[in-house]
Design a protein around this ligand. Sequence first.
Ligand code: SF4
Length: 225
Amino acid sequence: MTKNPVKGSARSAPLPCTEPDRNCPLCPRLKGFRDEARAREPLWFNSPVPSFGDANAALLIVGLAPVLQCVNRTGRPFTGDYAGDLLYATLLEYGFAKGVYQARPDDGLKLVDCRISNAVRCVPPQNKPLPLEINTCRPYLVATIQTMPKLRAIVALGRVAHDSTLKALGVRASDAPFTHGGIHRSGELRLYDSYHCSRYNTNTGVLTTDMFRSVFARVKADLAG
Ligand code: SF4
């Protein structure tokens, strides 16, 4: 079914579809938060945010979750917040995107051999999903990975994305500790770690633009090799 080295229970479990229903009820707290946002801001997206990019891409980027006034508003991963400014600028620089990023889902930006998804598809309060919610949404990440037949590289943005991706791949956390710039192998697939490109991380110096660029430079070189 797939060339990807997804192991263990993640491979043997029945696959759900890759995109949840817009009214997905599986996380009651997030459903309630979503319903409140729909009532307050009926013109916002306010639904599980689908992956962006082609399923035949070699690169998958996994983020954390939508932010309330940003991605939850626009409905496209990393679109409308500071993290998106840095991420899309970097993807454009390294040829993983083309066009002009204008922080709108209708800006015409295309990803090139790249796809973007999130560990948790619904907006969580204070940008903090609970462990149970991360686990509950993981089948969609598993399905996303398993339905990318040419996938060779995953960039995990932040520890939550890293941990959930390891579980999706059936890799033990002790075998692949999170470090910025770390690279882990799972069969033919490589997992690249980066600090999340959030405004907080860049404002505090945890992540510099050069640190972020270096991750994608390495991914680009490895995919070309
Ligand atoms: S976070 Fe995922 S599993 Fe939970 S309600 Fe949203 S789409 Fe469903």
